[in-house]
Design a protein around this ligand. Structure first.
Ligand code: KG4
Ligand code: ZN
Length: 340
């Protein structure tokens, strides 16, 4: 199928045309980051209004880039949740309108399902696999048995990894979103310079916690004021990145051992992180596990990733009803029940 996919769950307005759930014919992402940066984070009302303004031009550009017209589109995949309700509604309503006008099916997809399957846009991954999804809102370990069949093995009990990056960057006086800035500065810093906690490292669960790490960074900055650029700031970034990557790798290793997994997918915006990519590569070599991390351009929010599960669902008759609504929260483990 040739699908149009639409993503408006947070601060990127994105659309893509994807063939067969694999081949990206075009992908356009219009980011609102510069607008929200002035407020230190995403402002939901502004996000919705900006999606309304941007979505039609983004879709037009996507079709133009693919060299096709709307008449060639055979189905629509769209993020149904989780995310900001007002922002989700913009993309979801547009998807329904296109489906009605063109008399084609549409399917509402879980945003994290999109992240999970982003590697499939580069190469197929055999089921089952273990997945670590690390983004601004999620830090989850899933056992994935097939499309729609997910079991949560562990999750953050407070902040997500991306959220911790962005909050620590803010504490250090950097602009939102600071994850990528910390990553860049960490490369010139000493990861052993400052001893930061490794939360829940030895609690025996596969859960994560990052809020204590953020508090430790705040206490360190209060006692040791920083200037950026500077070696002290680079050292703090490197030490913070080391703590986050250490915990992510240790819990992922425990999950691999627990499930006897032979394949690992790492996805979500934080999968762009250089420290995490290196750490996961080392871990998988040590354990003899195949590692799939998408190219950084497919790790952050985009619409192409939604077309992978979208194509599977639509070609297996799992079409969403026009009566379906968006959902700000949505448990991945519950999806399998809806496919029975
Ligand atoms: O998946 P994503 O684009 O959006 C959500 O679904 O949340 O992830 C965004 C998160 C932000 O917190 C951002 O700071 C973080 O990913 N991020 C990074 C890096 N690039 C993006 N965090 C650490 N290192 C990076 N290189
Ligand atoms: Zn995302």
């Amino acid at each position: 199928m040739i699908l149009l996919s639409i993503e408006t769950s947070c601060d990127e307005t994105a659309a893509a045309v994807v063939q067969g759930g694999r081949e990206i014919l075009s992908s356009v992402i219009s980011s609102q980051i510069a607008i929200h940066a002035a407020y230190g984070g995403v402002v939901p009302e502004i996000a919705s209004r900006k999606h309304l303004e941007s979505l039609a031009p983004v879709i037009s550009q996507t079709l133009k880039d693919a060299g096709i017209g709307m008449e060639t589109i055979e189905g629509v995949a769209v993020t149904r949740g989780p995310g900001l309700s007002g922002a989700l509604l913009v993309g979801f309503s547009a998807a329904k309108a296109i489906a009605v006008a063109r008399k084609i099916p549409f399917v509402g997809v879980h945003h994290i399902e999109g992240h999970l399957f982003a590697p499939f846009l580069e190469q197929p991954v055999e089921f089952p696999f273990l997945a670590l999804v690390v983004s601004g809102g999620h830090t989850h370990l899933y056992h994935v048995e097939g499309f729609g069949h997910y079991t949560t093995l562990g999750r953050t009990i407070d902040d997500a990894a991306g959220e911790a990056y962005d909050k620590c960057a803010k504490i250090m006086g950097m602009q939102y979103p600071g994850g990528v800035l910390i990553d860049r500065m960490a490369q010139s810093g000493n990861p052993d310079a400052i001893r930061l906690p490794r939360p829940l490292l030895r609690d025996g669960s596969l859960n994560f916690s990052f809020s204590g790490l953020k508090t430790a960074v705040m206490q360190h900055v209060m006692k040791n004021p920083l200037s950026i650029p500077g070696q002290a700031a680079d050292d703090l970034c490197a030490s913070f990145q080391e703590a986050v990557c250490h915990v992510l790798a240790a819990k992922t290793e425990a999950a691999i051992r627990q499930c006897g997994a032979t394949r690992l997918v790492v996805a979500g915006g934080v999968a762009c992180n250089s420290g995490l990519r290196g750490r996961m590569a080392t871990l998988c070599t040590k354990l003899g596990v195949e590692l799939y991390i998408p190219h950084p351009s497919l790790c952050g929010d985009n619409a192409a990733m939604l077309a992978v599960p979208g194509d599977y669902y639509l070609s297996h008759g799992h079409v969403s009803s026009l009566a379906l609504d968006v959902t700000a929260t949505w448990d991945m483990d519950s999806i399998k029940e809806t496919l029975k």
